[in-house]
Design a protein around this ligand. Structure first.
Ligand code: TRP
Ligand code: ZN
Length: 478
């Protein structure tokens, strides 16, 4: 559980040995490719995702009442075939399917625990856009994060509390617990999420929203995520909440959703959000989405997640201390690194977590004149090296570990010291612009760095990313 702790110092003191051994080798079972293989060839989750079509849009409409655990839902998926498809796969677990159509005609269906095989009445031609509509119901259940080897693994997906509140945190493969889809960040899509709930409960989700009255005593909260989003970043939080509307000084709208009884302290905890958005916009490039916000859970879940435009925080992640502020900065930075620029393979997760962790340090360095980033990075480097294993291709159990968070951040700092501030910050801005709303790999990052630095840093990256020995930090030029 505590491996979710986000701030460098907390993480390093809490990371257990359990995951490190198996993650250090970065080995993973190899997978044979057959013509029916559903995956986009991601060796970490070979059952997840499909490479033969490309989802453009998800429309998820669901009805929920706090006094009952079940939902009724319809998900409509608009996708384009990349080859002729006699059948195709969708990731989906647990719920009962009432009806499935492709282009309005009933389709054949078979399923396993995690996967649907859909057989349209007529094969779909390569290049054709097709619409799959799935009506379903049941009680969604969270699943254990398959990479979490601890005794108390993080649960991902749709989670309902005893008092009938709901929150969804899905990284990496929990989206399938509440809607069918192509559950891999390589296939991003826009979303409409419509949730019909009784009066008195709010729904926080991704993008921008308008609550509209539905049947008597109920509201439909319609959220629109107009920029592409990875499935693990789609969320709903359903609970009595009080909204705070504000904006950054530069004009980015902020709408936060807080539990009524934590409202005042939450307002204080997030008072710096606007200044953070504006500062990060100057160093990372413009904030990529139409709005930002935080939703605070009453639950002490021990982590936070960078759900697109609406980060989710367990109430225990907050407070007035430095760690809490660092967590706020971390999730915000993910909006650029992870959400707008997304990974193509899970093995490249250090591109998300290394940048988000380094952003905490950049924020502290910006606001605190006494903060010495070189000293703090040196302290991080001096931490327990057994945990600072290779950040690139860290193994499923190493995805959210000191290797990707802390050594990822150290790698970026070492790069900055090697190429200098001007080129480093140019690189960051070109990176977020070039791959905005898209996907990128570690190889893409190295290629862009070489181009901007005007030197071949392949060897530098190899030592920092692919070996279990932590290189020394270059001598400070800052
Ligand atoms: N990406 C999250 C962060 O660093 C951590 C995380 C990974 C997570 N998997 C999760 C949080 C599942 C909640 C649920 O900010
Ligand atoms: Zn993170």
């Amino acid at each position: 559980m505590v491996r979710r702790a986000l701030t460098g110092l907390v993480l390093i003191s809490l990371v257990g040995c359990a995951g490190s051994g198996s993650s250090s080798g970065g080995s993973h079972p190899s997978r044979s490719t057959t013509t029916t293989a559903p995956g986009p060839s991601d060796p970490y989750y070979s059952e997840a995702g499909a490479g033969v079509y490309d989802v453009g849009h998800y429309d998820i409409g669901l009805r929920y009442s706090p006094d009952q655990p079940a939902i009724t839902a319809t998900t409509t998926i608009t996708a384009t075939a990349k080859r002729n498809l006699a059948e195709f796969h969708l990731d989906f677990s647990g719920l009962t399917i009432d009806q499935i159509t492709v282009d309005a005609a009933a389709a054949g269906l078979s399923r396993t625990r995690t996967d649907l095989t859909v057989r349209p009445r007529r094969a779909i031609a390569s290049g054709a856009t097709f619409v799959t509509k799935i009506r379903y119901h049941g009680v969604p259940r969270a699943i254990a994060d398959p990479g979490d080897a601890s005794d108390d693994p993080t649960r991902i997906g749709w989670t309902r509390t005893r008092d009938g509140r709901v929150y969804v945190v899905s990284e990496p493969i929990g989206a399938r617990t509440w809607f069918p889809g192509n559950d891999h960040p390589a296939d991003k899509a826009t979303f409409d999420i419509r949730v019909d709930v009784p009066d008195g409960v709010s729904v926080a989700s991704n993008g921008t929203f308008a609550p509209t009255p539905g049947s008597p005593g109920r509201y439909t909260w319609h959220w629109t995520m107009a920029q592409p989003m990875a499935t693990y970043l789609a969320t709903v939080v359903i609970a009595p909440m009080r909204e705070e509307q504000t904006a950054s000084a530069a004009g980015v709208p902020i709408r936060n959703f807080f539990p009524p009884r934590l409202y005042d302290e939450s307002v204080t905890d997030f008072a710096t959000t606007g200044a953070m958005i504006d500062y990060f916009s100057t160093i990372f490039g413009p904030y990529p989405f139409d709005a930002y916000g935080a939703v605070v859970l009453r639950d002490e879940i021990g982590y936070a997640l960078e759900t697109q435009t609406m980060s989710i925080f367990g109430s225990d992640m907050l407070g007035t201390d430095q760690d809490a502020e660092d967590t706020v900065a971390h999730e915000l930075a993910h909006q650029w690194f992870g959400d707008s620029v997304s990974i193509r393979r899970w093995a490249d997760i250090w591109l998300n977590e290394g940048f988000a962790t380094y952003a905490q340090y950049l924020w502290d360095d910006h606001v605190d004149p006494a903060f010495d980033i070189n000293l703090e990075m040196a302290k991080l480097r001096a931490g327990d090296e057994r945990h600072l294993t290779r950040p690139h291709n860290p193994g499923v159990e190493g995805l959210f570990s000191a290797a990707t968070y802390e050594r990822g951040a150290l790698t970026l700092h070492a790069l900055r010291l090697t190429i200098g501030d001007a080129k480093f910050f140019e690189l960051v801005k070109v990176w977020t612009a070039k791959y905005r709303y898209a996907n990128a790999t570690t190889a893409d990052f190295i290629a862009l760095t070489n181009e901007i630095a005007g030197q071949d840093l392949t060897d530098f990256f190899h030592r920092w990313l692919d070996t279990n020995q932590v290189p020394p930090l270059p001598k400070s030029l800052l």
